[in-house]
Design a protein around this ligand. Structure first.
Ligand code: COA
Length: 176
């Protein structure tokens, strides 16, 4: 398994994994991924088995401390050296679930966010996912908004980068 950040060449595989993970009304469209991959490819973390994409995590960076659904769709809101790394999607197709892949990618995003000088990671999730993200290190901050996609409430969860790990705001590409 390898973990790397993305390029626009990953558009097909990212879109196809998304369609295996989310119903059509909730899934990011191919156009949305194209815009986001062009604007912030270094903020997509991909796990690959050979050339096959088996899990990914993505989201823009911003100086705003709270997540909103507009951040999922508006790539222009990305600020590369923004203080917070948002996590707008976490995807593992059914055949590869429960092997710890999403957890490893979230941990990689945490390490990269720390090295990039960010204050931490922020995501929004439904009630059922709170224990999982808490087990990765996120803290539930309570209900933040009702999703325009499914009408269900979303909790905001945050992980603070330990101060000792935060360096500066220089971008360090994740290569491993
Ligand atoms: C959630 C998801 C990304 C997890 O990917 P993964 O690579 O299997 O994650 P990990 O192996 O690190 O962890 C698996 C854990 O996820 C949790 N989990 C996954 N789906 C869950 C659900 N619907 N409700 C509650 N917990 C869930 C479980 O706690 C599971 O733990 P287990 O091993 O005890 O069963 C994957 O199931 C997925 O793509 N689901 C559909 C899209 C989605 O809901 N994304 C998250 C939106 S916030």
């Amino acid at each position: 398994m390898t973990i790397r950040t993305a390029t626009i060449a990953d558009l097909d595989s990212v879109s196809s994994v998304e369609s295996l993970c989310f119903p059509s009304g909730e899934a990011f469209s191919r156009d949305m991924f194209a815009r986001n991959l062009r604007r912030y490819p270094g903020h997509f973390w991909l796990m690959c088995e050979g050339s096959k994409l088996i899990s990914f995590v993505h989201g823009l960076a911003t100086n705003l401390p709270n997540i909103s659904e507009r951040m999922y769709t508006d790539a222009q809101l990305h600020v590369d050296n923004g203080r917070w790394q948002m996590i707008c999607g976490v995807d593992t197709p059914p055949a590869y679930r429960c092997c710890g892949y999403a957890r490893q990618l979230l941990q990689t995003a945490m390490k990269d966010a720390s090295r990039r000088g960010k204050k931490g990671l922020v995501l929004a999730c439904k009630d059922n996912m709170i224990p999982y993200y808490a087990s990765v290190g996120f803290v539930d901050e309570g209900v933040r908004f009702r999703s325009a996609y499914d009408g269900l409430l979303r909790h905001q969860m945050r992980w603070h980068a330990p101060r000792r790990l935060r360096k500066n705001t220089t971008h360090v590409p994740s290569m491993r």
